[in-house]
Design a protein around this ligand. Structure first.
Ligand code: PBG
Length: 334
């Protein structure tokens, strides 16, 4: 490393910050619309509904969801990620609505694929919107059973791909699910279907508003999701999770949550040089959005700053509920 301190006034770091044009020239990372993925909540109703804990975000009815997906595509967003809100009467212990080939996710995929070209569709693979427990898998003796859950997830993935989904995104954190999904895809000639694995997904308070959005039970028991999602003090383990998922056939690695986990994004990207995405999750959105609404932050500044920092850390793309807002801001800047 250089010893800058001894060099003054030969070295003045402020020279490269003195005017906008030079700041642009020395800029090390860029955020563009090509980096954005929009998560969309879809409900089973005829009307969209607002989400109390996520101001400005709705659970869309099917028709509105198609409109939003189309608007995303029109502004240049490359992919959307679909999450269902399932009515309580359709939930059960095994999350069987996940295996209904006419559930709202399968319907939405088919409709989007019929109506919109060149927009990637990502589907979450996990059972939490469908189980009464709110857990990502099925419970046995109070614990999520890994292998039985994986069997169901593989079937869920197959239905979504049959419906036209481009990227399967297992967010459940069961062991071996990427391998089993990849084998199912190969066996069924889906050689080009992508797997984006939530490789390093932490047990986090930041998912709170999401659980409200998909009406998942928050009564998860004392350990919550800690027996399958990672503990926030660990980073070496994130590398082991990533190494395994790559070996099992993942094409893209996802890190989540985002803002408090930038070090994980950086070390995963630097270690594996693999497509690495991150998720600015619901709680991060709500924190920022509420601050914008309270006039603590200026929307365009805080949104662009937080998303640009993901790029600096090494993320190739970002799932964010601000995707449309960011795309509009970036379009205006051109
Ligand atoms: C489902 C899932 C969750 C999120 C994405 N997929 C919630 C959870 O694991 O509890 C969270 C996304 C967000 O908070 O925006 N397994």
């Amino acid at each position: 490393m250089h010893n800058y301190l001894s060099n003054f006034p030969l070295s003045r770091l402020r020279r490269v910050r003195s005017e906008e044009w030079i700041r642009q020239l020395v800029n090390e990372s860029n955020l563009s619309i090509n980096d954005l993925i929009l998560p969309i909540f879809i409900n089973y109703h005829k009307k969209s509904t607002k989400i109390d804990t996520m101001p400005g975000i709705s659970r869309y009815c099917l028709n509105d969801a198609i409109e939003v997906a189309n608007a995303a595509k029109e502004i240049g967003i490359k992919a959307i990620a679909i999450f269902p809100e399932v009515p309580t009467e359709k939930k059960d212990a095994n999350g069987s609505e996940a295996l209904n080939d006419n559930n709202i996710v399968c319907k939405a995929i088919r409709k989007i694929k019929e109506n919109i070209k060149n927009l990637g569709v990502i589907c979450d693979i996990a059972l939490d919107p469908y189980t009464l427990s709110g857990h990502d898998g099925i419970l046995e003796d109070g614990k999520v059973n890994n292998d039985k859950t994986v069997e169901i997830l593989v079937k869920q993935a197959k239905l979504n791909v049959d419906a036209g989904c481009d990227i399967i995104a297992p967010s459940d954190m069961m062991d071996g699910r990427v391998k089993n999904i990849r084998e199912m895809l190969e066996k069924n000639n889906y050689h080009n279907t992508l797997i984006m694995s939530y490789a390093a997904k932490y047990a986090s308070c930041f998912y709170g508003p999401f659980r409200d959005a998909v009406s998942a039970s928050t009564n998860l028991g004392q350990d919550k999701k800690k027996s399958y999602q990672m503990q926030f003090g660990n980073s070496q383990e994130a590398l082991r999770e990533t190494a395994l998922d790559i070996k099992e056939g993942a094409d893209i690695i996802l890190i989540k949550p985002g803002m408090s986990y930038l070090d994980i994004i950086k070390s995963v990207k630097e270690t594996f040089n693999f497509p690495t995405f991150c998720y600015q999750v619901s709680g991060e959105y709500s924190m920022i959005k509420n601050s914008i609404l309270s006039n603590i932050f200026e929307e365009k500044d805080i949104v662009i700053e937080t998303l640009s920092c993901f790029k600096r850390a090494g993320a190739d793309a970002i799932l964010t509920y601000f995707a449309m807002d960011a795309a509009k801001i970036l379009t205006k800047q051109k």
